[in-house]
Structure formats: structure tokens, C-alpha cells
Design a protein around this ligand. Structure first.
Ligand SMILES: Nc1ncnc2c1ncn2[C@@H]1O[C@H](COP(=O)(O)OP(=O)(O)O)[C@@H](O)[C@H]1O
Ligand SMILES: [Mg+2]
Length: 367
């Protein structure tokens, strides 16, 4: 709990201005905002690398100033942008740093380090390497493993993935979500990237210049109801589309008639071509989509060349955003739905996706 905290640096800069945030246990809270809005200062006040000028920070109801500072910091893993690894220590020994400080014997600490390497997706063959022998993304994984080594309940992360390329960053984000789901840590994550905030955060605090809170809400609510023009601007132009990623596809109405397997009987082909669509989805013998055939061609004996179907979405797992994307990418305007095994289970017209979006919005408003 961050309770009415203000930080003024000696030169008079107000970095954080009366910030209050109730940070839920066991979930990811993201602080996001433009450079200089006080994110790092806020994070560092939690582990007392910076002391507040006013206000209090409570951990499990206790003021962090009551605990000895070393004990406090050991209860909080800390990950920064360039990992901050010790250059002359191998990967295992970097990860084992805090357990060793806590007096674990060397073998136990190294066993723990190897276990964590696996958890953060690092191959065991990296154990003896030195940080300079790793890519940026691998170094960040070591940084995360090191922060988790003593199993702290709290993880503080300051732009940990900002310096790696987008594909590696996506991998690191997915890994963090997996780790969080497994371990249930309380994570406070700082970023200037709103997409990263929306992807990772259970709660997102948007800060503005001068260290003032602009909005504190779950990501779906930020997208549907930004508090003011600053937040709206910060979210960008396509927030309506992005909001769709929070709506599931369970309720989407699918048609199964215009689907036919390549080894279908003449009777089945005829039935498929009688469906209302000018195109029929042809699947392979296992039911996986192959492409669209012109219904008239199919009815008159030959499918000819199949049109590509773009990409399918997985019903129940993917969001309405994915379904809409499939529909607009499809040359026929129909999205292809598949099950977890990749078998086509139905198709949905753009209109059907639009109807599902409208009812999802209605349900959202009524909730
Ligand atoms: N040690 C410091 N002394 C004076 N001003 C500082 C210090 N650290 C940060 N600031 C100022 O405080 C403001 C917030 O900084 P910071 O918390 O680093 O923001 P962010 O992490 O959001 O980029 C900025 O204006 C920055 O220049
Ligand atoms: Mg910062």
C-alpha cells in the first residue's frame, strides 16, 4: 500500500506527488507513464533505496521503515533494465548471490540456481558462462532468476525488458506471466510502454509528469473508460480494437454448414454449397482448414484453386480481437474457427463477429 507518498529531491524536483495505490498481493501491478514521471522513484521507495519526503509505504500493514533495511530488500527481488549482473561471476553464481548472502552452502545455492535457470527458460549449458557471453535477452532471464533466488514474496521490476528487441521481449513477457501464475508473487512492474502495461498488468497505474496519478484501473477498464484526455492520448488511437482482446469468443455464433472435407461425398459437397455463403471452406481429411473454394465451382464438379483463409482463431481461447482480425484478413470476409487441435469447427462472418462485439459491450456495461 502506497499511502499519500510524495518525493521531493533536494534540488526541488517533485518526482512523486501524493501518490496513493493499493497494490494487491499476488498479482502484477504496472506503473506506466512517460519518462520522468516518477516511476523509478516510486519503485525505489518501496525497497527504501529512496526515502519518501511525505507519506508511508505499508507492506502487509507495516511501515517499511520499521523493518531493518537489509531484511526488507531480501524480501524483494529487484530487476533492472540491463540486468546489472556481476561481470566476473558465472551465471549460476550470479543467480546464487542472495542465497549465499543468506548463508546457504555453496552446493545448495547452486542447485537452487540451476532450478531457477530452468524456470526462466535458460538452458543448463549456460550455467558456467559469464554475462558477456550472453545475449541481452538471456541476461535479463538471469536477472529475473537472480531476483527470484531467495523466493521473495515481492518482485520489483524497473523496465526489465525495455532494451531487448520486440520478439525477445514478447518471450520474456510470456515467461513472466507464466512464472507469476506458478509462483503468485506480488510484482510491481515499471514500463513506459502502454502495450506492455496492458498485457502484463492485473492493475495499471498511469502516471503523468510531476509524479501525479492519472488513473489506476484494470487494463480493460483503462481502454474502455480512460479517465481524461491525457490517459486517452497515452493509450493511442486503436484502443477500441485493443479492448476486444479482453472479450472471449465463447459466445460467438459459428456456422458449420459451409465446411466440407476434401474427401467428402458428393451429397456432403452439395449440402455445403447450399449454405448461404458464396464460398465453402475445404478441410483436409483430419478436419484442418485448407482454404476457400468458390461454391459454384464446387457444385459444378471442380473446386479449382483454393483461396487462402488468412489465419484461423482458436474458439474459446482466442479473443474477439483475434476473431475480428481473422474475419478482416480473410478474402471471403469469413473468419475460420478452429479447436485446440487445429480442426475447423465453424466459420463466422464479419457481421457475426460484430454482433458478438455488441453483445460483449452490452454485458460489459451492465456488469
Ligand atoms: N536523484 C535525483 N535528484 C534529483 N532529481 C531526480 C533524481 N532522480 C530522479 N530525479 C527527477 O525526478 C523525476 C522522476 O524521475 P524518475 O523517477 O527517474 O522517473 P521515471 O522513472 O518515470 O523516468 C525526474 O524529473 C527526474 O529528473
Ligand atoms: Mg525510470
Amino acid at each position: 500500500m502506497i499511502d499519500a507518498v510524495t518525493k521531493r529531491y533536494p534540488d526541488g524536483t517533485t518526482a512523486v506527488d501524493r501518490l496513493t495505490l493499493e497494490i494487491p498481493d499476488g498479482s502484477i501491478t504496472v506503473l506506466v507513464g512517460p519518462s520522468g514521471c516518477g516511476k523509478t522513484t516510486t519503485l525505489r521507495m518501496i525497497n527504501r533505496m529512496v526515502e519518501p519526503t511525505e507519506g508511508r509505504i505499508l507492506l502487509d500493514g507495516r511501515d517499511v521503515r520499521e523493518a531493518p533495511v537489509n531484511a526488507l530488500r531480501r524480501s524483494m527481488g529487484y530487476v533492472i533494465q540491463h540486468a546489472g549482473l556481476f561481470p566476473h561471476r558465472s551465471v549460476v553464481d550470479n543467480i546464487a548471490t542472495v542465497p549465499r548472502l543468506l548463508g546457504w552452502d555453496k552446493n545448495k545455492a547452486r542447485d537452487r540456481a540451476r532450478e531457477l535457470m530452468e524456470r526462466v527458460g535458460l538452458d543448463a549449458s549456460f550455467a558456467k558462462r559469464y554475462p558477456y557471453q550472453l545475449s541481452g535477452g538471456q541476461q535479463q532471464r538471469v536477472g529475473v532468476a537472480r531476483a527470484l533466488a531467495a523466493d521473495p514474496p515481492v518482485l520489483l521490476m524497473d523496465e526489465p525488458f525495455s532494451a531487448v528487441d520486440p520478439i525477445v521481449r514478447k518471450g520474456l513477457q510470456d515467461e513472466l506471466l507464466r512464472i507469476q501464475a506458478d509462483l503468485g508473487k506480488t510484482v510491481v512492474f515499471v514500463t513506459h510502454d502502454i502495450d506492455e502495461a496492458i498485457k502484463l498488468g492485473d492493475m495499471v497505474a498511469v502516471l503523468r509528469e510531476g509524479g501525479r496519478l492519472a488513473q489506476y484501473a484494470p487494463p480493460a477498464q483503462l481502454l474502455s473508460a480512460p479517465a481524461d484526455a491525457f490517459v486517452e492520448d497515452f493509450l493511442g488511437v486503436d484502443r477500441g480494437i485493443r479492448h476486444l482482446s479482453f472479450f472471449g469468443t465463447e459466445g460467438l455464433e459459428l456456422s458449420t454448414e459451409p465446411i466440407v472435407a476434401e474427401d467428402a461425398t458428393a451429397e456432403q459437397v452439395r449440402a455445403a454449397t447450399l449454405a448461404e455463403t458464396p464460398f465453402v471452406l475445404v478441410t483436409d481429411a483430419e478436419g484442418r482448414p485448407r482454404g476457400w473454394a468458390d461454391a459454384l465451382d464446387l457444385a459444378t464438379g471442380g473446386a479449382g484453386e483454393l483461396l487462402p483463409y488468412g489465419h484461423a482463431f482458436t474458439i474459446g481461447r482466442d479473443s474477439l480481437r483475434a476473431a475480428l482480425d481473422s474475419a478482416v484478413l480473410s478474402p471471403t470476409g469469413w473468419a475460420v474457427a478452429v479447436d485446440e487441435q487445429g480442426r475447423a469447427v465453424g466459420v463466422a462472418a464479419q457481421e457475426a463477429v460484430a454482433a458478438a462485439i455488441r453483445s460483449a459491450h452490452t454485458a460489459d456495461v451492465l456488469r
